[in-house]
Design a binder for this molecule. Structure first.
Ligand code: SAH
Length: 273
């Protein structure tokens, strides 16, 4: 299975320019080699769980953070992300506010970083690819499963989407809600709960994004996608390379799926597992 998943995704990578191939290769290699330090950092975070790791007093944006963010978004644009709304949002959202205080100096490196409860904030270039794949626009109603730090939700909110996001870990849901309010992202509703079954009371959604990986596509989420909508999800087993999947539902309700690239996300919990 492992070989299948990788070989499904690689032709997509090959269609991209040589420069993008290099960036993606670095990204995949980075994901693999980053796993050991991430585990150590997550273990250290768990041991220090009494310490207030989250929600430090607002650090504010600085010239240095702005310059680093500009450089990061420039590199993401050069790697092939073209959607101007996505790039503008990533230029505006202060990622250093979404990571632990001790990781702020790494906030604008293109890497996933640990957040409390053994979870991660996704790699910026992967957030950009996923956001672009949703074709976001102002007013669009979006469901996110896996709020985590709230960063992906903030990027969508900065575009003007109406974001509904579900987080299974209560302390993460609570701290993300506080952080998003403090930073002024008013168009995000954070709910604590298991997102495996979606948010049926609010369906249908114009776009759905999963930032934790289920082993197979949750059918309840596909059902809650509006006609003409797009769903982006990492799908695959834990500890394996997963496939980032773009699912599209046409005006008649017919569903097609496409593999975008190989990725590695934290597993989706809850659901039928
Ligand atoms: N979007 C986040 C990335 C968070 S990592 C960010 O930008 O920071 C994925 C998150 O999904 C974790 O916080 C994890 O607790 C959460 N998660 C896992 N399974 C879930 C489920 N069934 N429902 C809701 N959240 C879930």
């Amino acid at each position: 299975m492992r070989g299948d998943r990788v070989s499904i995704a690689i032709p997509v990578v090959r269609r991209r320019s040589p420069m993008i191939q290099r960036v993606l290769a670095t990204r995949i290699a980075g994901l693999r080699t980053a796993s050991i330090p991430s585990i150590l950092l997550a273990a250290a975070a768990a041991m220090a769980s009494c310490a207030p790791l989250d929600d430090p007093p607002p650090g504010g944006d600085t010239e240095s953070f702005r310059a680093q963010r500009e450089a990061l978004v420039g590199a993401i644009a050069a790697s092939g992300v073209r959607d101007s709304a996505t790039l503008a949002a990533m230029r505006s959202v202060p990622r250093h506010e979404f990571v632990r205080p001790q990781d702020r100096r790494l906030a604008y490196d293109d890497q996933a970083l640990p957040i409390p409860e053994g979870q991660t904030i996704s790699q910026p270039s992967v957030v950009a690819i996923m956001t672009e794949a949703l074709r976001p626009s102002p007013g669009m109603k979006v469901l996110e499963i896996g709020t985590g730090s709230g960063y992906q939700a903030a990027v969508l909110a900065a575009i003007g989407c109406r974001v509904h996001t579900i987080e299974i870990v209560r302390v993460l849901a609570d701290s993300a809600r506080t952080r998003l309010t403090r930073l002024g992202y008013g168009n995000v509703v954070v709910r604590h709960g298991d997102g495996y079954l979606g948010w049926p009371e609010l369906a249908p959604f114009d776009a759905i994004v999963l930032t934790a990986a289920p082993e197979t596509m949750p059918q309840a989420l596909v059902q809650q996608l509006a006609a003409g909508g797009r769903l982006v999800a990492p799908v695959g087993a834990e500890h394996d390379v997963q496939s980032l999947v773009l699912l599209e539902k046409d005006a008649t309700g017919r569903v097609t799926t496409r593999h975008l690239l190989p990725v590695r996300f934290v597993p989706m919990r809850g659901g039928p597992h």
